[in-house]
Design a protein around this ligand. Structure first.
Ligand code: SF4
Length: 771
């Protein structure tokens, strides 16, 4: 190899030392915080000369191996690899133990090299986070034997490393010569592409507001790929909130990398990550070799599958499944493996932003230089809040307690007892009193310690019990287990960014039940390290303003750049009508039905065609649609239902035929408020009879107060900006191409206020208010 190839100790060992079955019975492992705390406890028990986190590296030929050993006690000449765990250590699968020894031996070899040691004691320190006890396995090794082991590991990795380095060279050369696949850029697309390229070249984060229709997917992917060789980017992550965004990215990459008449295709390894419940071939089984045939011998068959997978190039869901099944292994876990070896990974936001975030963990472990693209980034505020929010209902505890095996009943009873105590305290009244509808919501100063301790103990008990259940847990117990664990983990990070609330309600026979929720309000603190870990991040959306709102809530670096690409559409294409004589406030709804129905009918009569009507809730939708149909039975109508599956949603959209005529009623912020494409005369207008403001309720009011305290803009951040963002998205369904013409009618007197008008897109120009 001409240049060196760098690999982390952990990655090297996972590659060479893992064998046998995939086995997740010993998981879930402790959280990152529990792990860090466990490491700190172990270190605090050692002597004053104990060294922690020793950076080590070594070279074998062109292979450079690097990592950080957990600890070294020079007095005892003992190198320690610390692993935190919960449950029964005896049940740890042998291949997990073999992997830990391999890591310890590689660190041992590197330390012996660096400090000229002739021998060393290697210790695996298993730290039980529940009992705080250490279980130590140790062995003395001569430096020579460790060197032989290390060389053997490297040797087994060298062929793969050589292939990877060659691939990188060919890939980078092809990306350097990459050309835009069309003769011209669309209006606005070039400036977007240039700004993305500049952000990548200066290692900045870019916030880009760019209208629908300019080709944002290609306009961001192309420049970032083009910048990859020059910036030494290892990986690009394309993260989307919804499936259509991921599909567009796959199509865009296929276009960009396709062979052209004058050049071969670009050898780019693309991977689509799919959720476990969609990728699993045996949903009735558990993820270990005794239960699932695709977990049995997983690591033995992985090397051939991995080789076949990298030779595929593009691994969308179907291609990945084909490779996995051809080698008799699980497609979902093959996808997790291939995330390590792909150039572009396409997946949901959570793979980089949530608590467990695999792509973020890989980036940090492997010190990758990554470029991150966040599609439809306005969704990230709510999605990230959800990732750092956890809740548990007391009824779930009661339900699992009734059916639980005897080994768990004590722990679950303790949880229920603590919960009842908490309810009593919070109700602040006699334990038999019934909370009223209004006084059931409580915000607690901090998470309830006693209840959370009981929950942690219940989680530990279930973990132990799980280790003895080859077929896993039954549905309700498993759901409770994951929810309780998530709540305990989120509680560890509780702070001013979150609320802890308890919603009390009446149970049976005068009892009281409640839901405990740890609710994230400001996800910035969780997301900031993710952006810092990337070389460049580009967040793009058609509705990404006000800039400050997103900066504050997403934790973007201070030097992030904001841009707005000009719209390719002109004010002649849209007729904006602001109806200021109707109020859609809750108290005025009854009187608003008639004028709204009349406005729709008048517009439809003047210009027949397909229209969408957006209302704030299903209840309001039903009322308006009912009134409209009663008054204008001759006009064809269809409406969004409360729970629509994919086929029903498709059916709703298919009614918007070219040259069709009719009215579709939908809820703002729902399935049809964004991400749907009805170009030309499939949709010629939208009526939006709501400001889209989130409901006025105790939770949103607490959000408002917290956001006011932190940013001085409580109403705007909690209500106005999220509401208008939905309005603009929904209205954006009307004009999809430069040929489209259409009407947007905003129905509510507040739309006429200057501060609201200023937040609407500048290229919408208003016609006089219809009466
Ligand atoms: S196929 Fe399903 S059950 Fe089997 S290992 Fe994969 S995810 Fe687990």
């Amino acid at each position: 190899m001409a240049e060196s190839y760098s690999v982390a100790v952990r990655t090297l060992c996972e590659f060479t030392a893992k064998a046998g079955d995939l086995d997740l019975r010993f998981t879930p492992s402790p959280s990152a915080l529990e792990g860090m705390a466990g490491h700190a406890v172990v270190a605090s028990r050692r002597g004053p000369d104990y060294e922690r986190e020793i950076a080590l590296s070594g070279e074998v030929g062109q292979l450079r191996v690097r990592g950080r050993a957990d600890g070294y006690d020079p007095e005892r000449n003992q190198l320690e690899e610390v692993k935190t765990f919960r449950g029964d250590l005896e049940r740890m699968p042998a291949n997990h133990r073999a992997l830990h020894w391999a890591q310890a031996k590689v660190y041992g070899a590197l330390l012996c090299r660096e400090r000229n040691l002739s021998e060393i004691r290697l210790a695996l320190v298993y730290f039980d986070i529940v009992t705080q006890r250490e279980h130590i396995l140790s062995e003395v090794h001569e430096a020579d034997s460790l060197e032989v082991f290390f060389l053997d590991q490297c040797q087994r990795f060298l062929a793969w490393a050589g292939q990877e380095r060659n691939h990188r060279q060919v890939r980078d050369q092809a990306l350097g010569e990459l050309r835009f696949p069309y003769p011209t850029f669309r209006c606005g697309q070039r400036v977007l592409a240039e700004t993305v390229y500049k952000a990548a070249s200066t290692g900045r984060c870019l916030m880009a507001q760019a209208p629908t229709g300019i080709g944002k997917t290609l306009g961001t992917l192309f420049p970032l790929l083009k910048a990859m060789p020059g910036q030494g980017l290892d990986r690009v992550f394309f993260l989307a909130a919804k499936t259509p965004g991921r599909q567009l990215a796959l199509q865009g990459l296929s276009t960009l990398t396709a062979p052209q008449p004058d050049r071969t295709g670009v050898p780019l390894r693309v991977l689509e990550l799919t959720a476990r419940d969609k990728a699993c071939e045996h949903p009735d089984k558990a993820c270990h070799g005794d239960s699932c045939p695709l977990a049995s011998g997983f690591y033995d068959r992985l090397p051939e599958a991995r080789q076949a997978a990298v030779e595929c190039g593009a691994l969308d869901r179907t291609a990945l499944r084909d490779v996995a099944l051809a080698h008799g292994i699980c497609p979902y876990y093959l996808g997790q493996e291939m995330a390590r070896w792909s150039d572009v990974v396409i997946g949901d936001y959570h793979y980089y932003f949530d608590v467990h975030a695999m792509l973020y963990a890989l980036t940090v472990t492997n010190q990758w230089r990554v470029g991150v693209l966040v599609d439809e980034a306005h969704n990230l505020v709510d999605r990230a809040r959800g990732m750092y929010t956890a809740q548990l209902d007391q009824a779930a505890v009661k339900a699992v307690s009734r059916e639980a095996p005897s080994a768990l009943s004590k722990a679950l009873t303790r949880v229920d007892r603590q919960w009842r105590v908490l309810n009593g305290e919070q109700a602040g009244q006699d334990a038999d009193a019934t909370p009223s509808r209004d006084n059931g919501y409580r915000v607690l100063e901090e998470p309830p310690t006693k209840l959370l301790t009981a929950l942690q103990q219940a989680v530990a008990a279930i973990t132990d019990y799980l280790a003895e259940q080859p077929d896993g847990l039954d549905g309700a117990l498993q759901t409770f287990y994951f929810e309780a664990m998530q709540l305990c983990r989120i509680a560890e990070t509780f702070g001013s960014h979150s609320l802890c609330d308890l919603s009390l309600r009446s149970g049976r026979r005068g009892s009281r039940l409640s839901t405990l929720c740890l609710r994230n309000v400001v996800p910035a603190g969780f997301l900031a390290p993710r952006f810092e870990a990337s070389h460049t991040s580009v967040l793009f959306s058609a509705t990404f303003s006000p800039e400050l709102y997103y900066r504050d809530l997403l934790g973007l670096p201070a030097q992030s750049v904001w841009m707005e690409t000009p719209s390719p559409f002109s004010s002649e294409q849209v007729t904006l009508k602001i109806v200021d004589h109707v109020s859609t406030r809750y108290a005025d709804r009854a009187t608003s039905l008639e004028p709204i129905a009349e406005l729709i009918a008048r517009q439809y009569t003047a210009l027949p065609g397909n229209y969408l009507v957006f209302l704030s809730s299903f209840e309001y939708l039903d009322q308006v649609a009912e009134r409209f149909q009663a008054r204008y039975p001759e006009i064809l109508c269809w409406q969004q239902a409360r729970r629509m599956d994919e086929a029903a949603r498709q059916g709703f959209l298919e009614r918007f035929t070219a040259q069709g005529q009719g009215i579709g009623f939908a809820v703002l912020g729902g399935a049809f408020g964004e991400g749907i494409d009805l170009p030309g005369d499939r949709l010629i207008g939208a009526f939006i009879a709501t400001l889209g403001l989130p409901q006025l309720n105790p939770v949103n009011e607490k959000f408002r107060q917290r956001l006011a305290a932190q940013f001085g803009a409580g109403y705007e951040y909690a209500y106005l900006y999220p509401g208008l963002q939905k309005v603009i998205q929904a209205a954006g369904r009307v004009i999809r191409t430069e040929q489209d013409r259409g009407v947007i009618m905003l129905i509510d007197d507040r739309f006429a206020q200057p501060r609201i008008r200023r937040l609407l897109p500048g290229w919408w120009s208003a016609a006089p208010s219809p009466r």
